[in-house]
Design a protein around this ligand. Structure first.
Ligand SMILES: *Cc1c(COP(=O)(O)O)cnc(C)c1O
Length: 399
């Protein structure tokens, strides 16, 4: 189909590919070609495509009840909230439909907490350069990426960004108006940058010292992606509040904010809402995803696959030093900093029938489904080698 007569707003530069079905880590196009999918819809398809357990959960719920609104108690929502709280630091959960919405609620709750506790002047959120929290105006203001804000009028106030991952630099930004700190334990869109366990621990201490809140955006790095259910567990810290989305729905649009009691409890009736958020269909799927990720051996599998993949990738870096300069991320959230334009790599890999995703800072992102197999990782490495050889030949260079 010619894209020139598409009725879709041109917000995306789309590849000329139309997938019509999927199975595990594999996608099939309308012409029957198979692609190995290491993009997972950008860290969404936790269990790959068309996982039988998710299909069963969705189908069973769809035959009972899809949607009722939050004017009523929703048992499927209660169940998923209990599962999430049992498995995390959290006591209270608010459900919505996407990462940006979850970030937005996190921001609102962090401010409301201080307002309710007699410090309404504490409104400023400290974020970080290279962060991404989604595309609502507040989420964009929190990340402070000017390119995404240009043309959209006045940005919401009360956000500052720290230019470096330095505790001293963060502490300099803290003043009487600070409500809290907002950070992704592993930056996704910004270039798969792991901020490090020491840094997270330091932020926790700073928040405790200054009586401000630590809000984590685990929309991309959460739900098993790094080998723990949540990435902050590697640092042995707990946040006050956390946004999740992407992986929790396994492909069904689902987001959530998890908070400890005192923070979540400030969100009283009237303070926020969502028509679809936490509806039976989404929560039934979310429960099935979480059951699978928390099943015995699942996270150990993520760890093993990550170690296996990263060993091969380290060798790839040695062999193709003219193409890659750095291996980043944690677990199965993998970034390769590229020397040529990362989109050249994405395109060359697509020619090898292998799907990857670009990220900021000229990084190639590899986000396989978490139930990926060793055989599929071998195929991924072969595709990467083939793409590198072609790029090398094109660019007329050797090592
Ligand atoms: C993708 C992403 C978001 C935004 O999620 P949407 O579902 O696209 O709104 C927010 N934060 C992080 C860390 C993300 O990776």
């Amino acid at each position: 189909m010619g894209l020139n007569n598409s009725h879709i707003m041109p917000t995306y530069n789309r590849a000329d590919l139309r997938f019509v079905r999927g199975d595990g880590a594999w996608l099939e196009t309308d012409t029957g070609e198979k692609y190995l999918d290491f993009g997972s819809g950008i860290a969404v398809n936790t269990l790959g495509h068309a996982h039988p357990k998710l299909t069963a959960a969705l189908t069973a719920q769809s035959e009972k009840l899809w949607h009722v609104s939050n004017l009523y108690e929703i048992p499927e929502q209660e169940k998923l909230a209990t599962q999430l709280c049992d498995a995390s630091f959290a006591d209270l959960v608010f459900f919505n439909n996407s990462g940006a919405e979850a970030a937005e609620v996190m921001i609102k709750a962090m401010r409301k907490f201080h307002a309710v506790n007699g410090a309404p002047e504490k409104v400023t959120l400290i974020g970080f350069d290279g962060a991404f929290h989604g595309r609502t105006l507040a989420a964009l203001a929190a990340a402070g990426n000017q390119a995404y804000l240009d043309g959209f009028g006045p940005a919401p106030q009360g956000f500052v960004q720290c230019a470096e991952l330095s505790l001293a630099a963060v502490e300099k930004l803290i003043d009487d108006t600070t409500a809290g700190i907002l950070i992704e334990p592993v930056q996704g869109e910004g270039g798969v940058r792991d901020v490090g366990t020491e840094f997270l621990r330091g932020l926790r201490s700073l928040c405790d010292k200054h009586g401000i809140l630590l809000g984590l955006d685990e929309v991309q790095c959460g739900i098993g992606r790094t080998g723990k259910l949540f990435a902050h567990e590697w640092a042995d810290i707990t946040p006050d509040i956390m946004a999740i989305a992407k992986g929790i729905g396994g492909g069904f649009p689902l987001g959530a904010v998890l908070a400890r009691q005192a923070v979540g409890a400030v969100m009283q009736p009237g303070s926020h809402g969502s028509t679809y958020g936490g509806n039976p269909l989404g929560c039934a799927v979310g429960s099935a995803v979480l059951d699978a990720v928390l099943a015995d051996g699942f996270l150990a599998h993520v760890d093993q696959m990550a170690i296996y993949f990263r060993q091969d990738l380290a060798r790839l870096l040695d062999d193709y030093g003219d193409i890659f300069e750095d291996l980043r991320g944690r677990g199965l959230m993998v970034g390769l900093k590229c020397k040529p334009q990362n989109q050249q790599l994405v395109a060359a890999l697509r020619d090898e029938k292998f799907l990857s995703v670009g990220a900021g800072d000229n990084v190639l992102r590899l986000l396989p489904p978490l139930n990926v197999t060793q055989g599929e990782i071998d195929l991924a490495i072969s595709a990467l080698e083939a793409a590198c050889e072609k790029l090398r030949a094109q660019n007329g260079g050797g090592k």
